[in-house]
Design a protein around this ligand. Structure first.
Ligand SMILES: *Cc1c(COP(=O)(O)O)cnc(C)c1O
Length: 407
C-alpha cells in the first residue's frame, strides 16, 4: 500500500493489481440491464438514422470498428496479439462518450414522452422528429459539465432532438471542441476552474429549474449502462474473427480512464458477458490517477489526487479528473483487474506513431491504453491467474479523435 502511494506521489508510472479482483460482491446491475440498454438503443435507431446523415451512422446504430493493427502492435510489443477498438472514430460525438452520453439523453427523451402518453415503446421512434414533439422538447434544457468530449456528445444529441443544450466547460477544454459545439447550436459556458468546478456549477444551475435535466457524469447510472452495451457489440465483432474468449484464451482490455464511467461501464458489460474470460485494466495519467487512488486506498471518491499533492494537470483531455465517480469506483472494486499510470510525454509520441503506422487519427488521451500490454505482462498477473501469455488477445481501446482538427 505505502509502495503504491509512494509511486503515485512521486508520479512514477506503475501497475496496480487489484487485491479484491474476482471476489464475490452484490452488484446493483446485471447482464439483463445491458440487454435492456441495447434494446432501447435499437428502439431509437430509426430516429438516429434520420437525425444524423453521417454515412457512418449505419441504420441508426452508432458503433466503432474492431481493427487489426499489425504495424503498431509490432512497434509496441512484438509477438503479442493486439486489436484496436476504434471508439476514437465513433460518429456524432467523435469519442467513447457517444456511447454513454447519447444513451443518457435518449433515456430522458423517452421517459418524458412515455410520461406524456405521446409514445409507446412499440412505436416507430421516428415520430420524435415531428414538429410537435420537437416543440415539446424545446421547453426543456439539457445540461452537462465537461472537459470537452462529454459536452460534445450530450450537446450534439440534445440539440439534434430539439432540446435547449447547455454545456459547462472546464478551463482545460480545447477551443476546437467549444467551437464545434457552438456550430451545432449548443450554448457553451466557460469556467476558469477544473472539471469538478464545471460539474458543480452546472448541477447547481440545473437544480433551480424544473424544466432542466442535468447529466451527472459522476453519478449517472444511465451513462454507465450506455457504455456497457459496447460489450455486446464487441462480442459479435470478435465472433466474426473467430475469436471466442475463454478462461485459457482471455481478452486483456486496456481503457483510458477519467472519472471512471466510460471504462467502468465497458468493463462492467464485458465482465457480465465474458466473466473470467476477460480482464480489464484502466490507464490514467500520473497527475490524475483518481480511480486507481480511490481503489488502492479504499477511500474511493472520498480522496482526490490533490490530497496527495498531485496537480491534475495533464494534456490528456477527458482524463484530467481529480476525483473518481464513487458509484463506479464501488462497482470496480471486484470487477477491475488492475490499473496503471503513465506520463504525459509518451502520449503525443504514441499518437504520432498511430497516425504514421496505422493511419488512424486519435487524440493523445486515446493512446493511454497502448503501454498496457507491456506493463501488465511485466507483473505477476498472468502467473497468479494461470494464464499463458501467448494465449492472450490484447485489446487497445482508443477513446477520442474523430473531429480533431488537422493542425
Ligand atoms: C471521457 C474520456 C475518457 C474516460 O471516460 P471517463 O468516463 O471520464 O472515465 C477517456 N478518453 C477520452 C478521450 C474521453 O473523452
Amino acid at each position: 500500500m505505502s509502495e503504491c502511494l509512494d509511486a503515485l506521489k512521486s508520479r512514477t508510472p506503475f501497475v496496480w493489481l487489484n487485491p479484491d479482483y474476482g471476489k464475490s460482491a452484490v452488484l446493483p446491475y446485471s447482464l439483463q440491464d445491458v440487454y435492456d440498454a441495447e434494446a432501447r438503443l435499437a428502439r431509437f435507431a430509426p430516429l438516429l438514422a434520420e437525425l444524423f446523415d453521417e454515412a457512418a451512422v449505419q441504420h441508426g446504430i452508432i458503433e466503432s470498428e474492431l481493427l487489426d493493427i499489425p504495424r503498431l502492435s509490432e512497434k509496441l510489443f512484438p509477438g503479442t496479439r493486439m486489436l484496436l477498438k476504434a471508439d476514437h472514430n465513433l460518429p456524432v460525438a467523435g469519442s467513447i462518450k457517444a456511447r454513454g452520453g447519447i444513451y443518457n439523453v435518449l433515456c430522458f427523451a423517452e421517459k418524458l414522452c412515455l410520461e406524456q402518453g405521446i409514445l409507446t415503446t412499440n412505436d416507430n421512434y421516428r415520430k420524435l422528429a415531428s414538429p410537435e414533439i420537437r416543440n415539446f422538447f424545446g421547453k426543456y434544457t439539457v445540461s452537462v459539465g465537461s472537459t470537452g468530449n462529454l459536452g460534445l456528445s450530450i450537446g450534439t444529441i440534445s440539440a439534434a432532438l430539439g432540446f435547449k443544450a447547455r454545456v459547462h466547460m472546464s478551463a482545460d477544454a480545447k477551443e476546437w471542441k467549444k467551437k464545434l459545439l457552438r456550430s451545432r447550436g449548443v450554448e457553451v459556458i466557460e469556467y476558469t476552474g477544473d472539471y469538478s468546478t464545471a460539474v458543480a456549477q452546472g448541477r447547481k444551475e440545473a437544480e433551480t429549474d424544473p424544466f432542466s435535466f442535468f447529466v451527472d457524469d459522476e453519478n449517472s447510472h444511465e451513462l454507465f449502462l450506455g457504455y456497457s452495451v459496447a460489450a455486446l457489440r464487441i462480442k459479435e465483432q470478435l465472433k466474426l474473427r473467430g475469436i471466442v474468449p475463454d478462461r485459457e484464451h482471455p481478452l486483456f482490455v486496456y481503457l483510458p480512464c477519467g472519472v471512471g464511467g466510460a471504462p467502468g461501464g465497458v468493463c462492467f458489460g464485458l465482465k457480465m458477458l465474458f466473466g473470467d474470460a476477460v480482464h480489464c485494466f484502466f490507464a490514467e495519467p500520473v497527475d490524475a490517477p483518481c480511480v486507481l487512488l480511490g481503489l488502492a486506498t479504499g477511500k474511493n471518491a472520498e480522496i482526490s489526487v490533490y490530497d496527495i499533492g498531485l496537480t491534475n494537470n495533464t494534456l490528456a483531455d477527458g482524463l484530467a479528473v481529480g476525483r473518481a465517480s464513487g458509484f463506479v469506483g464501488g462497482l470496480m472494486q471486484t470487477l477491475l483487474a488492475g490499473a496503471y499510470t503513465l506520463t504525459d510525454d509518451v502520449l503525443p509520441v504514441l499518437q504520432a506513431e498511430t497516425r504514421q503506422l496505422e493511419k488512424l487519427k486519435i487524440e493523445p488521451s486515446a493512446a493511454a491504453g497502448f503501454p498496457g500490454p507491456e506493463m501488465v505482462l511485466k507483473t505477476a498477473f498472468c502467473r497468479q491467474q494461470g494464464i499463458k501469455e501467448e494465449n492472450i488477445c490484447h485489446i487497445l481501446w482508443t477513446t477520442g479523435g474523430r473531429y480533431l482538427p488537422e493542425e
